[in-house]
Design a protein around this ligand. Structure first.
Ligand code: TXA
Ligand code: MG
Length: 319
């Protein structure tokens, strides 16, 4: 890689000092890398939108390390949210709760609710603890691009636009957290993610999944934007056996197509977990190789497969 303008560090304390000086810092989590700012620094929060080119109406997730920080952010934790937090915090779950009036509106794109997540990653926790307040962070990609699962992918999108990257290993999950709106009686999954709806239902039986009504879409600003797309054209494939091969194309999936030598790049994944871990990094590798078309096998929408299905279909939407 060419010489970077953005400063790279392995020290959460150093990264926190930079964040507290009002600069933007990317940091690793177990899902994908985030682009962070202290939640009460309104100017830094506003700069996140600028650095990413993010639509101003798309709210940010606040990352916390403990229960006290959750109580700083919300006025009320309903019983269902309480149960989900007990079961899945720290972990790849975001709970949408009523916003505390002290939280600056910039952090939530003016909404009265706030997404809260407690990452399960030692460097992320050390960073947030050293910042001394919740850290708002969207995924650390340019808006519309695949979320970054390595620090190099962050640099590829944001070098020179942010002050610092807290370097970590490759993200464990590779797909973003599951976002669950707990502001109404029945929790509603706004974005499928690393935690499957089946797992959520073992804790709160009546968790609902979005059925696509206008009211639901209004509650989920993130669904209004094109996402996760590489420069290459993505084609979702039901049955790889029916593919005929294309030397300018790439393939990723669990079941291989016939004559794999007829592709520029092929990635076979053991199962849905490995597929989720690989997908965004594969998109970036394909762009680096100037591949024109990426065939992605669709998987059963169960467990993390639901999130994979969502990301593949969105990447395949015509922009
Ligand atoms: O795994 C993740 O969630 C990663 C890591 C960095 O934590 N973060 C992430 O952030 O994916 P972002 O900004 O790329 O996606 C946040 C999603 C968006 O779809 C956004 O609309 C939704 O969460 N969201 C955040 N706050 C919300 C709120 N108050 N109400 C409804 N949706 C919200
Ligand atoms: Mg994102």
């Amino acid at each position: 890689m060419r010489k970077l303008e953005t400063f790279i560090t392995d020290s959460p304390d150093e990264a926190a000092r930079i964040a507290l000086a009002g600069e933007l810092v990317a940091f690793p989590t177990e899902t994908v890398y985030g682009l962070g700012a202290p939640i009460f620094d309104r100017r830094a929060v506003a700069r996140i939108y600028k650095a990413k080119g993010r639509p101003p109406s798309n709210p940010l997730i606040a990352h916390v390390v403990d229960r006290d920080q959750i109580n700083e952010l919300t006025t009320h934790v309903p019983p269902a949210a309480e149960a989900l937090a007990d079961a899945f915090f720290p972990g790849p779950l975001t709970l949408v709760l009523p916003r505390h009036p002290a939280v600056p509106p910039e952090a939530t794109a003016g909404l009265n609710s706030i997404g809260i997540r407690m990452p399960d990653h030692p460097a992320a926790s050390a960073f947030i603890r050293a910042v001394g307040q919740p850290v708002v962070a969207p995924s650390a990609n340019r808006s519309g691009r695949p979320s970054p699962t390595t620090w190099q992918a962050v640099a590829e999108d944001l070098d020179g636009r942010i002050a610092c990257i807290l370097r970590g290993e490759r993200s464990r999950a590779g797909l973003e957290s599951t976002v669950v709106d707990c502001t109404t009686d029945r929790p509603l999954v706004l974005r499928p993610g690393s935690i499957g709806i089946e797992q959520l239902r073992q804790v709160v039986g009546d968790v609902r999944f979005m059925s696509g009504t206008q009211e639901e879409l209004a509650r989920s600003p993130g669904t209004r934007f094109r996402h996760y797309a590489p420069a290459a054209r993505v084609i979702a494939v039901e049955d790889p056996a029916a593919l005929s091969g294309d030397p300018a194309a790439a393939f990723i999936g669990i079941n291989l197509p016939p004559s794999t030598e007829n592709y520029a790049l092929v990635r076979r994944c053991r199962d849905a977990d490995e597929y989720a871990h690989e997908l965004f990094e594969f998109f970036r590798a394909c762009d680096a190789a100037r591949i024109e078309t990426i065939y992605c096998e669709l998987v059963a929408p169960e467990g993390i497969g639901r999130a994979l299905d969502d990301r593949i279909r969105r990447a395949a939407e015509e922009g």
